[in-house]
Design a protein around this ligand. Structure first.
Ligand code: GLO
Ligand code: MG
Length: 348
């Protein structure tokens, strides 16, 4: 779909409407059925849905291929009836007993085999849903203790798995979503630089891109807008997970802009300035409601994040570019700093 400047397609996943459990306490909201979530997502003005393979087909491992495809078709019909597209289906490679020690990098070859076969099924579900691409978040590909695995071997195991998938479906496009920690102490593909590097060693790097998540960049001590710029320079920024994160804490997935508005502004700015979306890229919002959120407000963080993006887009388009260029030429970064803050606060 050709992109008009300033127009974006938004997506989010069913896991972004959650029950509020955390490692220290149980659910505080009722489970909303998928059909209802999808309808609400549409009502909020979203254009697409992101899925895990078992969001589409629950209890996947216990079902036949024919049954899986039948259930996937049902979800495709549901999306069609709401006028929504699927952005991606990601293999949930961090839940099963076979992925306790990692998926593509498990020390047990039978488990590595399971991970690749499971992901092939995920590719089939992607195709059934006519999704744009498959995302792989390499959740358990890392270590709890360094001596348990070898970094070089792990990198090559991930490459081999990606190659097997690229060969399985010659039209498949894969996006790597890096994260430095959680659930692992240390992830092997921890930053966007690692992910971009990984794309180049696969058998068809033209079909492998990356997804930058705001919180994951911050957890690595990096600036998310710089990570986006880095991936854009490589022509590899094919998706984003916008959210926010209050420094080095647990993975918060706060509403976009909630913690650091200037960071958020700079993310929107880099996307808008470099034509993000022109090739069908989506603005994904990977946000989580606070545990205090009541059932009736289950979707507010999604609506707020989308609106903040649009508000910041306005801030990007009303930025005085002449003044900005003049201040850069004069190397007056103090004045530029003041101008940006005033602009964000609606002051002169
Ligand atoms: C967790 C990740 C997770 C992924 C999702 C899609 O930290 O951000 O939400 O984005 O599983 O792969
Ligand atoms: Mg994410």
């Amino acid at each position: 779909m050709p992109k008009i400047r300033g127009q974006y397609r938004f997506s989010c996943g069913p896991w972004n409407v959650s029950e509020g459990a955390d490692p220290f306490g149980p659910e505080v909201r009722r489970t909303v059925p998928l059909t209802r979530k999808i309808r609400e997502i549409k009502n909020l003005g979203f254009d697409g849905v992101q899925f895990h393979d078992d969001d589409v087909v629950p209890d996947l491992d216990a079902k036949s291929h024919a049954q899986i495809m039948k259930e996937a078709r049902r979800v495709k019909r549901l999306l069609d009836s709401e006028g929504l597209e699927a952005e991606f289906v990601a293999p949930r490679l961090w839940f099963s007993p076979q992925t306790i020690d990692g998926a593509f990098t498990s020390n047990d070859p039978k488990c590595r085999h399971y991970a690749i076969e499971r992901t092939k099924i995920c590719v089939d579900i992607n195709n059934e849903l006519e999704a744009s691409w498959m995302v792989v978040w390499l959740a358990r590909e890392g270590t709890y203790i360094r001596e348990s695995k070898n970094a070089r071997t792990q990198v090559l195991q991930i490459r081999d798995a990606l190659d097997a998938l690229l060969e399985y479906d010659p039209r498949l496009r894969i996006l790597i979503e890096p994260k430095p920690n959680e659930p692992m102490d240390s992830s092997i593909i921890s930053t966007i630089g690692h992910a971009v590097g990984m794309t180049y060693i696969t058998c068809d790097s033209s079909r492998v891109g990356v997804l930058v998540e705001t919180a994951h960049s911050i957890l690595a001590g990096l600036d998310p807008s710089d990570d986006m710029g880095y991936a854009l320079a490589h022509g590899k920024l094919w998706s984003v997970h916008l959210n926010d994160q209050g420094g080095l804490k647990f993975d918060e997935d706060k509403s976009f802009g909630s913690y650091n508005l200037r960071h958020a502004f700079n993310q929107v700015r880099v996307l808008e300035e470099y034509g993000y979306g022109r090739n069908g890229e989506w603005v994904g919002l990977d946000v989580k409601a606070m545990r205090t959120t009541k059932q009736t407000a289950s979707y507010k963080h999604l609506a707020n994040s989308r609106q903040t993006f649009l508000n910041l887009l306005e801030k990007v388009s009303t930025l005085d570019r002449k003044l900005e260029a003049q201040l850069i030429r004069a190397r007056d970064y103090e004045e530029l700093d003041r101008y940006i803050l005033c602009h964000l606060m609606g002051k002169k």
